[in-house]
Design a protein around this ligand. Structure first.
Ligand code: SF4
Length: 358
């Protein structure tokens, strides 16, 4: 994909809105407009998002339920397939109302806590060369309700297994900032203390570097919701070779956006770096990365490349990953390694591409 061909996905969906995708203020406006009255907004919102009830099961709503149903949609979403990896990671395939499918991943953490990786688009337009989703192209963006519905379905699944969904990361299929209004509204709904009530610091939105939307995200959430930048290179030349969007937003523009990004307290910006042997792991590249990170409160998260069919790269050995870590340590760049989880079910980073057919 040429960077200039980036499709615009800003248009509001036509027709009746997806009920699950309305923020509480938007729901209040709608209830006023259809004669139900905004006084019911909290009850409806809590019923939908905290109790995860169908509209007609929300207590004390009476005849209003039918009025709301007539003015909104609530497209069904189901988990069509679940595949568990021996390491406890579980890949979920969500079936959407129009037959489209997206993938999510449940990742067990310490104790009973679980992280969900959600999708924001069916496929992706960004065509990053190290990512299976990037080979699919973009079918469409999800609306906020379809993003929230993934969280609701996963919450129920995790609770049924005795766990607690605590973290949401927008690192599944799609570039969340390419489809920003839906991502923004989904985050607002997920944070709402009348609904799912996820803590802002437990939500991470990952971007491959859509600079204007990174700045918009900073304005909308003031740095409270985590931002992760998929950087994956230290130089423009390397980045452009693996990420088409890099031709539009270069390293310097990304660095300026990151320096301007508000970070409360000791919060750090997450910098994702997929290790591609022979491509972005040499000393010159790591020198450039260290220079790029200078004065930026950040943590570089090294991710060993997870191979997929037809991938132009190979997976690094553990030694190759540790060599990058050693180079970063020598240059005093804070870093960590995210060793792969879920590889056996193609649920590791960069592997989501709907190979399943169930
Ligand atoms: S890495 Fe993210 S932005 Fe790039 S192709 Fe994959 S899903 Fe899209």
């Amino acid at each position: 994909m040429h960077a200039d061909a980036l499709p615009v996905l800003e248009a509001a969906p036509e027709g009746r809105p997806n009920l699950l995708g309305l923020t509480r203020p938007a729901l209040a406006i709608l209830l006023d407009r259809i004669g139900v009255g905004r006084t019911h907004a909290l009850r409806v919102f809590r019923g939908l998002h905290a109790l995860r009830l169908p509209l007609d099961a929300i207590p004390d709503l009476g005849r209003h339920a039918a009025v709301i149903a007539a003015h909104t949609r609530r497209p069904p979403m189901r988990i069509a397939e679940a595949r568990q990896s021996p390491d406890g990671t579980e890949k979920l395939v969500f079936a959407l109302a129009d037959g489209a499918r997206v993938e999510g991943v449940l990742i067990p953490m310490k104790g009973d806590r679980v992280t969900l990786c959600v999708s924001s688009q069916v496929g992706c337009a960004m065509a990053c060369r190290f990512c299976a989703t990037g080979t699919m192209g973009l079918t469409r963006g999800l609306d906020a309700g379809e993003i929230v519905a993934q969280v609701h379905a996963a919450t129920a699944r995790v609770a049924a297994a005795g766990g607690r969904l605590r973290n949401i990361v927008f690192m599944g299929m799609g570039e969340p900032l390419h489809h920003y209004p839906a991502t923004r509204d989904a985050v607002r709904i997920l944070r709402d203390d009348g609904g799912p009530c996820f803590k802002a610091r437990h939500i991470t939105v990952s971007t491959v570097g859509v600079v204007p939307k990174m700045r918009q995200f900073a304005r909308d959430f003031g740095g409270r919701v985590q931002l992760a930048l998929s950087l994956h290179a230290g130089t423009d030349a390397t980045r452009e070779a693996i990420i088409p969007l890099a031709k539009r937003y270069g390293m310097e523009a990304l660095r300026r956006a990151c320096l301007d990004h508000p970070l409360p307290g000791s919060r750090k910006l997450m910098i994702e770096y997929v290790v591609l042997p022979g491509v972005n792991d040499g000393p010159d590249e790591i020198d450039a990365l260290a220079a790029w990170c200078r004065d930026l409160p950040c943590l570089v998260n090294l991710i060993p490349f997870n191979p997929f069919a037809g991938a132009p790269y190979r997976a690094p050995t553990a030694d190759e990953v540790l060599r990058v870590a050693t180079q970063l340590r020598a240059r005093k760049v804070p870093h960590s390694v995210r060793w792969p989880r879920g590889r056996s079910v193609a649920g590791a980073c960069g592997q989501l591409a709907l190979e399943s057919t169930g």
